[in-house]
Design a protein around this ligand. Structure first.
Ligand code: PLP
Length: 469
């Protein structure tokens, strides 16, 4: 059997033996459909009739007859020596035709939350990978400690203390696969400790709500204003844990005021709960007024979460938690029980990357670029769409644009898309009930050249005027 399989590629053909239609017709239909859909591309060599018959549990005659039929229809051709091949002249079925008239091709995509992946520091990362491979001891290729490699925890502790004001002894750090993963670990542990409701920002990052729902946690939307989360509104919410983005609220771009920070930590102490601080894009602040992390105010009440998804690339899947002492052991136990640990090679690489000063270099370079892109978009909007108001501080990879009240954000986004510019309505960020509602769209500028940002701004202004008519 094995010799048949090695010389003969496998194809997926599903036969339904309860169907009245004969097996030969089914083999034929399945192959025809696979070729028409492109699943079997021109030039693909099919299994020999003997091998396919054995795989399917049918007589060889069934397969021979099906192949002959498809050869006569031009789907297959038989070549002496190389077997039966999907014919090169076969045309794939045309994709279904959209019923709406074609919109303009997508020119500008303001998708929020993504760094420019073309700016990923491939050379420096390659150097760090080589350094990591050369220095990684053999045992680090085995099952490593679930908490994370000591050298990475040390590098991160130094970095977070230096740049974010986080009080991060390496023993309180747990390496994970990004914010979403970190939040799911924290939610699982706190759920076991009797928490079943988390307060979240409204509007707020929908990804956090999705993760909480997945872990069986309920959430309560708590309003956000220009000073960040309205802490007073936490009382009576039933929640003793609040997930916040104090350095740069997603999506409003507000920075939490120092009075609110103090009040938030006081609330966590008062209710015996925690603040989950999502510090997702604090690396990118363009106005020279960086604000430190809340965690420094009370490391026993604040769970700090960091990620490389904005500073480098979401595809890395690398993040970290800085935990109150009492949560370290249960979180590490969950980490061990679920997928053991984050890749040791990845951890060692990031440790080398930090140790070489490459993160600082990368951030200095990209901050300048993102700032130019943001400035170009703001200037474009001021020129083409002055009735709209950009919200928040000069930071991050996106901002919220408040639309004039008479516009409907969904209809506006649909019209802009028809003109080739994609924007993202605020709706999915709202939890529903807690705040006052005005129309808004998210504009991610991280991946746009200044010229593209300006083109997009112009389309948005034109879209608003067309909608007003
Ligand atoms: C507020 C916020 N937190 C965290 C993340 C990143 O999550 P992760 O580290 O799971 O990629 C995002 C990404 O969009 C975000 O908007």
């Amino acid at each position: 059997v094995s010799s048949i399989r090695t010389t003969s590629p496998e194809v997926l053909i599903e036969l339904d033996r309860s169907r009245p239609r004969g097996l030969r017709a089914q083999v034929e239909e399945e192959l025809r459909a696979a070729i028409r859909s492109g699943r079997l591309a021109a030039g693909t060599v099919l299994p020999s009739s003997r091998a396919l018959a054995a795989d399917l549990g049918v007589t060889r005659g069934v397969v021979v007859a099906a192949y002959d039929q498809l050869i006569s229809e031009g789907y297959l051709s038989a070549h002496q020596g190389s077997g039966t091949v999907v014919d090169a002249t076969v045309r794939r079925a045309a994709p279904p035709v959209a019923s709406r008239p074609a919109a303009a091709p997508l020119d500008v995509d303001f998708r929020p939350g993504l760094p420019d992946l073309d700016l990923f520091p491939r050379t420096a990362w390659g150097r760090a990978t080589r350094a990591a491979l050369q220095s990684t001891p053999r045992d680090d290729l085995g099952y490593i400690a679930s908490q994370g490699l000591p050298q990475l925890r040390q590098e991160l502790a130094d970095y977070l203390g230096r740049v974010r004001g986080v009080s991060a002894e390496p023993d309180r750090l747990v390496i994970c696969n990004g914010f979403g993963h970190g939040l799911s670990l924290v939610a699982g542990v706190l759920r076991a400790a009797g928490h079943d409701v988390f307060a979240v920002e409204d509007p707020g990052y929908d990804g956090a709500r999705t993760t909480l729902a997945f872990t069986g946690m309920r959430h309560r939307g708590t309003p956000v204003d220009d000073d960040g989360l309205v802490v007073d509104r936490l009382r009576g919410s039933g929640a003793r844990v609040a997930v916040v983005t104090p350095a740069h609220q997603n999506p409003t771009g507000a920075v939490m005021s120092s009075a609110r920070r103090t009040a938030l930590v006081a609330w966590a102490r008062e209710v015996g709960g925690y603040v989950v601080e999502d510090d997702y894009d604090a690396e990118y602040r363009y106005d020279r007024h960086p604000t430190g992390a809340i965690q420094g105010l009370d490391p026993d009440r604040v769970i700090y979460c960091g990620t490389t998804s904005k500073s480098l690339a979401p595809g890395l899947r690398l993040g970290w938690l800085v935990l109150p002492d009492e949560l370290v052991e249960p979180v590490v136990a969950d980490r061990r029980a679920t997928d053991s640990a984050t890749s040791s090679i990845l951890q060692a690489t990031y440790a080398a990357f930090l140790a070489a000063g490459d993160l600082d270099r990368h951030l200095r370079r990209t901050r300048r670029i993102y700032r130019q892109r943001r400035d170009a978009l703001i200037a474009g909007l001021a020129r083409w769409f002055p009735e709209a108001t950009p919200c928040g501080v000069s930071a991050g990879l996106q901002f919220l644009l408040r639309l004039p009240d008479h516009l409907d954000e969904e209809a506006f986004a649909a019209r802009a898309l028809e003109a080739g510019t994609k924007v993202y309505p605020l709706g999915p960020y709202r939890t529903g009930r807690s705040g006052d509602h005005w129309p808004g769209i998210l504009l991610g500028y991280g991946r746009l050249t200044p010229a593209a940002a300006e083109r997009g701004a112009r389309v948005l202004g034109e879209t608003a005027r067309a909608a007003g008519r």
